[in-house]
Design a protein around this ligand. Structure first.
Ligand SMILES: NC(=O)c1ccc[n+]([C@@H]2O[C@H](COP(=O)([O-])OP(=O)(O)OC[C@H]3O[C@@H](n4cnc5c(N)ncnc54)[C@H](OP(=O)(O)O)[C@@H]3O)[C@@H](O)[C@H]2O)c1
Length: 234
């Protein structure tokens, strides 16, 4: 799938942040973009709460060449203090609904012999982040799912995107603003452009910014070293 021009794309979480920017970049490159979120209006848009059901969304979207599973929410704070129901909410929106949507749309891709699925994970999915234990687990689930799916349907593109800190409403929405000076938040269009480039080059995995790949890889080889740095720098 060398170009996104002419593709029919469905983007979840398209009302804001990374999803909105990705929708715009895809549209500017000539894709037909279907956008979904709870608070979205306009042509080619479908308002849908992923925590409730994805079947109506899948029917509305029809045949999709490119599925960008981006919708998600965060939670910051000690695991032991998480309110009841919050764990299920995070897994439902970040994982279950995204996988249900992929399951609904993948058979069409397989029968048409073309398709690409992008999963927006997080650097937290490659190396667990303190006070974001459940969020990290949801994002790691997406990454592992993608690794398995890639083997199962080798003719399809499967790309995992690991953003670092991105300047979107994500932090305000989760109720805990981002207060660190470094790393500085990147604009969402930086992720959007990297994501679309990854589709065009059929890359299995990208990190944004790209230097995040090094701590993530080191975590695979030498997790004890990474734990020392994480205790020191968070
Ligand atoms: N910002 C970061 O630093 C960062 C870093 C790593 C990974 N990420 C990941 O990037 C993805 C996009 O986040 P963002 O930073 O762009 O945050 P955002 O601006 O808050 O966007 C989140 C999107 O998800 C949608 N959404 C949330 N709950 C939903 C639900 N129940 N049903 C349907 N849609 C829902 C929101 O739309 P509505 O509210 O209109 O429904 C919104 O469009 C997320 O998966 C996030 O985990 C973000």
């Amino acid at each position: 799938m060398p170009s996104v021009t002419g593709l029919r794309a469905l983007v979840t979480g398209a009302s804001s942040g990374i999803g909105a920017a990705t929708s715009d970049v895809l549209a500017a490159k000539g894709a037909t973009v279907l956008r979904t979120a709870r608070t979205i209006t306009g042509p080619s848009s479908f308002a849908c709460d992923l925590a409730i059901d994805v079947s109506a969304l899948a029917s509305w979207a029809g045949d999709v060449d490119l599925l960008v599973l981006n919708a998600g929410l965060g939670h910051a704070g000690p695991f032991a203090a998480m309110p009841p129901g919050r764990i299920a909410e995070l897994f439902t929106v970040n994982v279950v609904s995204q996988l249900e949507l992929a399951r609904a749309l993948l058979p069409g891709m397989i029968s048409r012999r073309r398709g690409h699925i992008v999963l927006v994970s997080s650097i937290a999915g490659a190396m667990g982040v303190a006070d974001e234990a459940v969020y990290s687990a949801t994002k790691a689930a997406l990454r592992t799912f993608a690794d398995a799916l890639r083997l199962e349907v080798p003719a399809m593109g499967v790309t995992v995107v690991h953003p670092g800190v991105i300047d979107t409403p994500f932090f305000d929405r989760r109720g805990t603003p981002y207060t660190r000076r470094r790393p500085r938040p990147l604009p969402p269009v930086t992720v959007a452009e990297a994501l679309v480039s990854a589709i065009e080059h059929n890359r299995p995995e990208i990190f944004v910014p790209s230097w995040l790949r090094f701590p993530a890889r080191l975590n695979g080889f030498l997790p004890s070293v990474v734990r020392v740095f994480q205790r020191r720098f968070g």
